[in-house]
Design a protein around this ligand. Structure first.
Ligand SMILES: NC(=O)c1ccc[n+]([C@@H]2O[C@H](COP(=O)([O-])OP(=O)(O)OC[C@H]3O[C@@H](n4cnc5c(N)ncnc54)[C@H](OP(=O)(O)O)[C@@H]3O)[C@@H](O)[C@H]2O)c1
Length: 270
């Protein structure tokens, strides 16, 4: 007997950006665990070899899940423009878009923020997410009743609450929040669901990327605290997609137990 959530997800095609690691990878696995018999996953990221390994892993436990890995850099508009046209016929009817690809670079403060870091954060977190949305929305809008489908944007507590050393990242996530809220209003006459999931602290490759590959510095971020796991966020994303069609989980803020704000954490000292 399958759960209500499994039957609601049956036959759906889900596209995830940034599916090679962290929250995106966990989301791919969680969708496959929830509906292992009849689901299609389009997994995108820059690391295509990793996506192929994830596809294999899914094939090992979810025989009814078809996976299509695609090399995609969301910061390159031309790659997004080519994406939909190049999808195999059986993957073209996307039902759920998870806009997850995103990153933070450095902790520099103005006026010392590298131009390259500013550009990559905006091009990935903001322009990439907007371009992906614009590429997929026509598929949704072609459906009856003004359109149908889910857009799930991964924002952040950083989009709600700016903090020192995160000005650009916070600005990008605030932009995601504004774009998401505008979109929900603009699509009010459709059945398209616009969903934002804002994690607090999650332990992924995120901090390693922030510190330009320095794993020691990244480890310090999590000293004395118990961060969320990427699976914790994946469960919320799949839960949102698996609600009854008339239910929109519009906005979710998720903290680990020791966190109450971007910079309010309880750290245990040994
Ligand atoms: N970890 C946290 O504490 C936290 C908190 C709040 C929000 N978030 C948000 O959660 C999302 C996922 O982050 P994460 O924590 O899972 O980090 P992660 O482990 O570093 O994963 C980031 C993913 O994004 C992909 N990515 C990065 N740049 C890309 C680009 N230009 N084009 C396509 N894919 C790209 C990476 O894949 P490739 O390198 O293979 O391209 C990777 O799969 C981000 O939007 C992040 O801002 C994270």
């Amino acid at each position: 007997m399958s759960s209500a959530m499994a039957s609601r997800l049956k036959g759906k095609t889900v596209l995830i950006t940034g599916a090679s690691a962290g929250i995106g990878k966990s989301t791919a696995l969680e969708f496959a665990r929830t509906q292992p018999d009849d689901l299609k996953l389009i997994l995108t990221a820059r690391r295509i070899d990793t996506l192929k390994e994830i596809a294999q892993e899914i094939g090992g436990f979810a025989k009814g899940v078809k996976v299509h890995p695609v090399k995609l850099d969301v910061s390159k508009p031309e790659e997004i423009a080519a994406l939909v046209g190049n999808l195999p016929e059986e993957f073209k009817e996307v039902d759920v878009l998870v806009n997850n690809a995103g990153l933070v670079k450095g902790v520099a403060q103005a006026p010392n923020i590298e131009a390259e870091d500013i550009n990559i954060m905006f091009a990935t977190n903001v322009t990439g997410l907007i371009n992906m949305t614009q590429a997929i929305l026509p598929i949704f809008k072609a459906r009856p009743d003004g359109g149908r489908g889910d857009i799930i944007n991964i924002g952040s507590i950083a989009g709600r609450e700016p903090y020192q050393g995160g000005s650009i990242y916070c600005a990008t996530k605030a932009a995601v929040r504004s774009f998401t809220d505008s979109l929900r209003r603009e699509l009010i006459a459709s059945r398209i669901r616009i969903i934002e999931v804002d994690p607090g602290q999650v332990e992924t490759e995120f901090s390693v990327v922030r510190f330009y590959g320095d794993k020691e510095k990244a480890k310090k971020v999590y000293e004395g605290v118990e961060p969320l796991t990427p699976e914790d966020i994946a469960e919320v994303v799949v839960f949102a997609a698996g609600r009854r069609e008339n239910v929109v989980l519009a906005d979710a803020l998720i903290f680990p137990n020791h966190q109450a704000a971007a910079t309010v954490m309880h750290r245990k000292t040994t």
